[in-house]
Write a new protein. Structure first.
Length: 118
């Protein structure tokens, strides 16, 4: 079982940047595919980006391609989301999700709020 804690959210002006972190605890972190999701008020939770266990396969939602970068450090048990050129529509609670490659249970963090506003 893995526990996830997100950090790095905050208030930023349009065009600004933030870097979110997802710190994991528990064994075998390198065996989890990790994703960032986000949920805006009154909307469903949407997938933002996914990174494979080794980091060699990455996928992004069309809405963030070219602006967001997901990365991971298995030795540090962490996954990051670098967000550049932020827009007001990026405002949401951002969640870290871990899915084991040999299991079916999804693990979630508590979320971190990102607000893009002038």
């Amino acid at each position: 079982q893995v526990q996830l804690v997100e950090s790095g959210g905050g208030l930023v002006q349009p065009g600004g940047s933030l870097k979110l972190s997802c710190a994991a605890s528990g064994p075998f972190f390198s065996r989890y595919r990790v994703s960032w999701y986000r949920q805006a008020p009154g909307k469903e939770r949407d997938l933002v980006a996914t990174i494979s266990t080794s980091g060699d396969r990455i996928n992004y939602a069309d809405s963030v391609k070219g602006r967001f970068t997901i990365s991971r450090d298995n030795a540090m048990k962490a996954v990051y989301l670098q967000m550049n050129s932020l827009k007001p529509e990026d405002t949401a609670v951002y969640y870290c999700n871990a899915h084991p490659i040999y299991g079916t249970t999804d693990y979630w963090g508590q979320g971190t709020q990102v607000t893009v506003s002038s």
